[in-house]
Design a protein around this ligand. Structure first.
Ligand SMILES: [Zn+2]
Length: 155
């Protein structure tokens, strides 16, 4: 039985350190509030505490300081986004399925507004003005989500 059914952890928020920048977009596309942090570790810890964000890092020292400060942290050992997402799904029950009504702007993290234009789904970011649709790389995006579902044992 998966943990996905009742709680998909939508209230989970993440802060991701510089080495894992790429995972930020994946989390946003799935609808999770994720920010990237390229500054000082101390500030990252403060931010995580203030905004109750889960820290994702590849840096052991940072992970240790986070633990010492009583913060939630995941030390990432994988490089492949689908491995990382599978890990987060089994740990926090995050959804690995694309939801057109929940998705966030991969650029700025704001919630997107869905509209249908001549039958085509289109998303607008009210914050940065970017428009998105299921273009040529959509298949690759879905493949990462499917791979992560397989790896987490959900399908
Ligand atoms: Zn945006």
């Amino acid at each position: 039985m998966s943990v996905m059914n009742d709680d998909q952890g939508w209230d989970r928020k993440f802060v991701v350190d510089a080495m894992l920048k790429n995972i930020v977009s994946w989390l946003r596309i799935l609808g999770y509030d994720a920010i990237y942090w390229g500054g000082e570790d101390d500030e990252l810890l403060r931010l995580a505490k203030q905004e109750r964000r889960i820290i994702l890092t590849m840096d052991r020292d940072l992970a240790l300081s986070a633990l010492r400060n009583g913060l939630e942290v995941i030390l990432i050992m994988e490089n492949d986004p689908s491995d990382i997402l599978a890990n987060l799904a089994s740990r926090y029950g995050i959804s690995l399925e694309f939801n057109p009504n929940r998705t966030r702007c991969p650029i700025c993290n704001h919630k997107l507004t869905l509209s249908r234009n001549e039958g085509r789904e289109e998303w607008l970011c009210p914050n940065c003005g970017k428009r998105y649709w299921k273009g040529s790389h959509w298949k690759n995006i879905i493949k990462v989500f499917e791979d992560s579902q397989k790896k987490s044992g959900l399908i």
